[in-house]
Every structure is written in structure tokens, then in C-alpha cells.
Design a protein around this ligand. Structure first.
Ligand code: ATP
Ligand code: MG
Length: 138
């Protein structure tokens, strides 16, 4: 049923659970799994050399988060990754459109500090605007 699954990963406990589930579904359906991680934009008022330094730090941190996701996902015949700059929900929705994703898997919450929240702002946005099923993992 699912051919193209997107996993949104921020390294949080919920996203880790989502990673296991997304990998499991990709295996069962023989689907392609695309793991998406976004990092915060670097303000361009930072002049050189600080700008380059901050960009390098952010991309290195993003690479580490992606490596964690891939370790949780394990081996899959069709596995792809996207590391993007910018707000997570927009990036997730854009990748989903461009790649013709038929299932988005993400955590109910992420790394945000408000533990009382039922649903994080990014999951809420994706759930509201996605054109495919969204599986929220808790
Ligand atoms: P908020 O960010 O609204 O303060 P939160 O961090 O608890 O609250 P979300 O950010 O909505 O909640 O996180 C929910 C899910 O969204 C995460 O489990 C993850 O699947 C996905 N997500 C969040 N941030 C990112 C990101 N930077 N890259 C990829 N996926 C993300
Ligand atoms: Mg968050």
C-alpha cells in the first residue's frame, strides 16, 4: 500500500520511536524511506568568519542527528536522506510533495521544552496541511 514513506527526525524520544516504526513499515511494504532533518537557518547578519563557523557547526550537528536516525532505521534497500535548512513543517511538507510521499511518520512531540503539550507545533502543522496520511508516534 505504501511506496514512499517519509520519516521526520529531530533526535527526540518520540522521533526515535517513529524511526523504528517507519523502518518497520518500509520493510513490510517494500517502500522507499526518506529521512528528513532540518536545522535552524543561520542569520545572515553574522559577518564572516562567524557566518561560516556557525553554518559548519549547524551542518555538523545535523549530520550527527541524521547518523542517529540511520542507525535506528538500520539497513533498507531504498533509503534516502534530506538535510535542509529552515522550519521543519514547511520542509517536511515540501519534500512530501516533491517526492510524492504517501505516508509521513513523525513524533507527536519533539525536542521542545513544553512537556504539557499534546502535540508539537510542527506535527500540528504537518497534520493540518499534508495531503497524505500522517502517522504520529508517541
Ligand atoms: P515545538 O517545536 O512546537 O516547541 P516539540 O518540539 O515538542 O514542540 P515538534 O517540533 O512538533 O514538537 O516535534 C514533533 C515531531 O516533528 C518530532 O518528533 C519529529 O518527528 C518532527 N520534527 C520536529 N523538528 C524536526 C526537525 N528539525 N527536523 C525533522 N523533523 C522534525
Ligand atoms: Mg520542535
Amino acid at each position: 500500500m505504501f511506496k514512499n514513506i517519509l520519516l521526520a527526525f529531530d533526535g527526540s524520544a518520540h522521533a526515535q520511536k517513529a524511526a523504528h516504526l517507519a523502518a518497520d513499515l518500509a520493510r513490510q511494504y517494500g517502500a522507499t524511506l526518506c529521512v528528513v532533518h532540518t536545522y535552524d537557518p543561520v542569520p545572515d547578519y553574522l559577518g564572516e568568519p562567524f557566518l561560516q563557523e556557525v553554518i559548519s557547526k549547524r551542518t555538523e550537528a545535523a549530520d550527527k542527528v541524521m547518523a542517529q536516525a540511520l542507525a535506528l532505521v538500520g539497513k533498507l534497500p531504498r533509503l534516502e536522506t534530506e538535510i535542509l535548512e529552515g522550519p521543519p513543517a514547511e520542509a517536511i511538507l515540501r519534500v512530501a510533495e516533491v517526492r510524492g510521499v504517501d505516508l509521513i511518520v513523525m513524533g507527536t512531540r519533539g525536542l521542545g521544552q513544553l512537556s504539557g503539550l499534546l502535540l508539537g507545533s510542527q506535527s500540528q502543522k504537518v497534520l493540518t496541511h499534508a495531503r497524505c496520511p500522517v502517522l504520529l508516534v508517541r
